[in-house]
Design a binder for this molecule. Structure first.
Ligand code: FES
Ligand code: FES
Length: 154
């Protein structure tokens, strides 16, 4: 089955079983390996990408359902919220092993686009599906607050 996917602003023709999870098309076919595999069951958030601007678990979305929609991955997510999150992550040294962090960043960027000044409860709600085995949660929360402040000041 040949499908046309819009990924990071470019069209890609991919040939695959339409039931294949989007994650594997991104990683194995398009070599966008910044998106990680953790659980394969929509439980950990490591595979988070944006679909039409909303965070989704790419391990659990059949690629056929993404045709005609906009897919953004960690390699190219852009805009003021993404820049603010990246800067805050670097300044805070948020990652430890780093494995979960592309998913964390994709969820954090989507949160700030929807809510430019989230409180702790809003952050916890938005980020609750992103698991970090290194328990970087306090730095993630602080980084999101830093990014929100930077956006408000810009
Ligand atoms: S790999 Fe997709 S949520 Fe865990
Ligand atoms: S930084 Fe290691 S799993 Fe999150």
């Amino acid at each position: 089955m040949t499908q046309l996917l819009s990924v990071n602003g470019e069209l890609h023709q991919v040939t695959d079983d339409g039931d294949t999870p989007l994650l594997w098309v991104l990683r194995d076919t398009l070599r966008l390996t910044g998106t990680k595999y953790g659980c394969g069951k929509a439980q950990c958030g490591a595979c988070t990408v944006h679909l039409d601007g909303r965070p989704v678990r790419s391990c659990s979305i059949p690629v056929a359902t993404t045709v005609g929609r906009r897919i953004d991955t960690i390699e190219a997510v852009a805009g003021p919220e993404a820049e603010a999150i990246r800067a805050a992550w670097v300044a805070r040294g948020v990652p430890q092993c780093g494995f979960c962090q592309s998913g964390q960043i994709m969820s954090a960027v989507a949160l700030l686009r929807a809510d430019p000044a989230p409180d702790d409860a809003a952050i916890n709600r938005a980020m609750s599906g992103n698991i970090c085995r290194c328990a970087t949660y306090p730095r993630i929360r602080a980084g999101i607050h830093d990014a929100a402040r930077a956006l408000a000041a810009s």
